[in-house]
Design a protein around this ligand. Sequence first.
Ligand SMILES: CSC[C@H]1O[C@H](OP(=O)(O)O)[C@H](O)[C@@H]1O
Length: 365
Amino acid sequence: MTEWFESIKWDGEALVLLDQTRLPHEECWVRCATVDEVAGAISEMKVRGAPAIGLAAAAGMALAAKEAVRSGRELEAALEQACATLARTRPTAVNLFWALDRARETARSAPSAEEAVVRLSRLVDVLLEEQRESDRAIGDYGAALLPDGARVLTHCNTGALATGAYGTALGVVRRAHELGKLALVYVDESRPRLQGARLTAWELLRAGVPFRLVVDAAAASLIARGLVDAVIVGADRIAANGDVANKIGTLGLAVAARHFGVPFYVAAPLSTFDPGTPDGASIRIEERNAEEVLLVGQERVAPEGTVVLNPAFDVTPAELVTAIITDVGVVASPVKEHIDALLGELARREGGRLGAVQGAGILPR
Ligand SMILES: CSC[C@H]1O[C@H](OP(=O)(O)O)[C@H](O)[C@@H]1O
């Protein structure tokens, strides 16, 4: 995977973010020097995308530790408060909580508060490098699944903006393009926050990848007309049984893909898997504010008095998923039966924290 642009920078003193609410018309960087500023950036979606949210949260913990040592506050209490603040930002992407766990373990491993500051700062760099390696692996595994001349449909934004590295589903798209296997990408606009129209279009233009922007409502008919060889999306949380939480609108794509016999792929790193959540019904779906639906840009489109329901994610049952493309291999169909091997790998990586699980069906590196 060729080098890509940076969307998240960590200099040990602050988290510097490419403000995704200003793209594509303005490339503005925001500097977050406190945990509250990081939490605000996550809540306001200045940084968004499951892995990117995790990276930001880890930086927030490092900043909280630094402030505790500077002010002489007891470290444990300061980190617990920071953890609670960050955990309240967005509830669905498990990467946020995975990163907070990594940060707390890192702090606990330090012999002193001063050393905890050093280790937490180093953890942000480690997570950034892990994400680059993970995205590269996902790109390679995913591109290998696509036919030559592939026409792919994707939803929301799952690129470098969403991971801080090269992207998950959009990383597969870019890798396939680099390998000369990609003919065209259909990009769902992804109402209401328009991550596809604003962010994926911006990334693909930069990468020189051919694409067509479509309204969300067009996706099923493109699949029905035989214009799509594969649907590939990201994920915010994958439950122990393989059910997938992702941007609202994903479930409809999976149903259409299954009905018309088109592969439906999910691309996600191990940090998006949540062995602690048994199934999709147990995943908390973030409800966002009404203005996101009432307004298009700054213009109000619905009449006064309109009541809104604005779930930010939906859940796709495992049986509709053709395969999950991860950084350690592809979890083949039926995903529900084969996910155990992946959870075993996750347990190994997490130092056995989750208990080893035997299984089959994962394609080795
Ligand atoms: C690579 S994770 C991207 C994932 O996150 C998006 O949600 P949001 O834009 O609300 O953070 C969407 O679900 C993407 O699939």
